[in-house]
Design a protein around this ligand. Structure first.
Ligand SMILES: [Fe+2]
Length: 397
C-alpha cells in the first residue's frame, strides 16, 4: 500500500509486536546510540519460512530503521538457501553477473560458471580442511564476499584500501532497494601497529576528486580497520536539514547512468518510502564512480557544479552522528535499505595465509516491492525489464 508523500514517518513495529511474532525471548536494541538508525533483533530464528505477518513485520522494521541485524543464526539450520528465501520478502533477487561465464557477451545464451570455476569451489580450495562454503552459496543470486579466492597457507597477505562511499546499483530505473549479508567467518587476527586487523593503507592518487574539501576528505577516509562495513544514515541527514533546504532538495533531480555516454534518466535525489512516507537522500554522492561509471549529474548543473553540490550532500551524510560501523560476527544476518543509507567496504587483506584472516560472507541484493507471501508474483515483463540476467529464486509455494 502506498501512502501520501507528506504523511509523517511511522514509528514501526513495537517491541511487543515483534515478540508476539518471533518469540518472547526476542530483544530489540539500537545498533548504535538510542535514536540513531539500525536495530539489533536478538533471539529471532530466521531458519524457518516466515509467515506473511512475520515478513510484514521485518519489512516494516527495515522501513523504519534502515538497517536490521539478526545475530547468531544457527548455521546448522540457517544456510545461504535460507538467506535467499528471506531476501525474496524484501524484493526480487538480482543475480550477480560474476556468477555467469559469459555475462555481457552479445546475443549469447547465458551460462553459469562451470563447477571448477564457481566462487564456492575456489573458496573451498583455500583451507579445505578448515573452512568451506555453506549450502546455497552457488546460487546465481549470491555474491560471495571473501578474501579466500586464491588464498592458502603459502600466500603472503596484502592489504587493499577501502571503497568509495556509495549505494549499490543506484543507476538503473528500478534501483536496488535492499541488500543483506549473512556472515560465516570474520578475521580475528589483530597484529598491526594499530592493534587492528589492517593498517589504513594510503590511497592511490586520483581516488577522489582533488577539489573536494579537506573536511570531506577526512570524513571519507576514516574507515574502520577490523573488516566492519561503514554505513551513513541518509534519512537522518535529510531530516537534519532546514525546511527550506528540504524543499529545495525535494525538487532536485539527478541523471543516473551507468556509462558516461549513456543518456540515462532523471530521478529525484530525495527518495520517499512509498509505504511510510519517510524521506531520505538516495545515493547523493558524486565521486563514488569507478572509471567506467559516469559521474552523477544534477539536472540543470554542469559537471563541476554537480560535483560541488553533491560534495555538500555527501559531507552532510558523512557527519559522525549519522555514521555507523557494523562489526560483523559469524551467524549474523544484516539487512540494509539502499534508499536510506550509504555504505563503504573497509580496507582488508586481499589474500590470506591463515583462517584467522579469513572473511567469508554472502550478499544478496533485491529490487522492487516487498512480498509478504512467497513465492513472489513479479510479472514476466517486469523481470525481463529489471532483473538482468532474468532470474527468479527457486522458491516453491
Ligand atoms: Fe556496495
Amino acid at each position: 500500500m502506498t501512502v501520501p508523500a507528506d504523511r509523517p514517518a511511522t514509528p514501526g513495529p513495537t517491541d511487543t509486536e515483534v515478540r508476539d511474532l518471533f518469540g518472547d525471548s526476542v530483544q530489540i536494541t539500537p545498533l548504535a546510540d538510542e535514536g540513531s538508525m539500525g536495530r539489533r533483533i536478538t533471539g529471532a530464528d530466521l531458519s524457518d519460512p516466515l509467515t506473511p505477518r512475520q515478513a510484514r513485520c521485518l519489512v516494516d522494521l527495515l522501513d523504519t530503521h534502515s538497517i536490521i541485524s539478526f545475530p547468531e543464526q544457527d548455521t546448522h539450520q540457517f544456510d545461504v538457501h535460507s538467506l535467499e528465501r528471506l531476501a525474496n520478502h524484501f524484493g526480487a533477487v538480482l543475480p550477480h553477473p560474476r556468477n555467469y561465464a559469459n555475462y555481457g557477451a552479445p546475443a549469447a545464451e547465458l551460462e553459469l560458471l562451470p563447477n571448477d570455476q564457481k566462487f564456492s569451489t575456489r573458496v573451498n580450495q583455500a583451507f579445505p580442511d578448515e573452512l568451506e562454503c555453506l549450502a546455497g552459496a552457488d546460487s546465481p543470486g549470491v555474491y560471495i564476499v571473501t578474501n579466500l579466492i586464491g588464498s592458502g597457507p603459502a600466500m603472503t597477505p596484502e592489504t587493499v584500501g577501502g571503497q568509495h562511499w556509495h549505494t549499490d546499483i543506484e543507476f538503473e530505473p528500478v534501483p536496488l532497494s535492499t541488500s543483506m549479508f549473512f556472515v560465516q567467518h570474520v578475521p580475528t587476527a589483530r597484529e598491526t601497529s594499530q592493534g587492528t586487523w589492517v593498517d589504513n593503507p594510503p590511497r592511490a592518487d586520483g581516488f577522489y576528486h582533488p577539489e573536494s574539501s579537506a573536511e570531506l576528505a577526512e570524513l571519507r577516509e576514516a574507515l574502520p580497520l577490523n573488516g566492519e562495513t561503514a554505513y551513513a544514515d541518509t534519512a537522518a541527514a535529510y531530516a537534519a536539514l532546514s525546511p527550506d533546504e528540504q524543499e529545495m532538495l525535494d525538487a532536485v533531480k539527478v541523471r543516473r547512468r551507468f556509462r558516461r555516454d549513456d543518456e540515462g534518466w532523471l530521478m529525484p535525489i530525495v527518495h520517499t518510502n512509498p509505504r511510510t512516507g519517510r524521506k531520505s537522500l538516495h545515493s547523493p554522492v558524486w565521486a563514488s564512480r569507478g572509471d567506467t561509471i559516469a559521474p552523477v549529474e544534477v539536472d540543470g548543473m554542469s559537471e563541476d557544479e554537480s560535483r560541488r553540490f553533491l560534495d555538500v550532500m555527501e559531507q552532510q551524510c558523512l557527519r559522525p552522528e549519522f555514521r555507523y560501523d557494523h562489526v560483523h560476527a559469524p551467524g549474523d544476518v544484516t539487512i540494509w535499505s539502499n534508499f536510506a543509507t550509504l555504505h563503504t567496504a573497509p580496507p582488508s587483506k586481499k589474500k590470506v595465509n591463515s583462517t584467522a584472516d579469513a572473511r567469508l560472507m554472502y550478499r544478496i541484493s533485491c529490487k522492487g516491492e516487498p512480498s509478504h507471501a512467497l513465492p513472489r508474483s513479479d510479472a514476466d515483463e517486469w523481470i525481463e525489464a529489471n532483473i538482468s540476467p532474468p532470474y527468479r529464486s527457486p522458491i516453491s509455494a
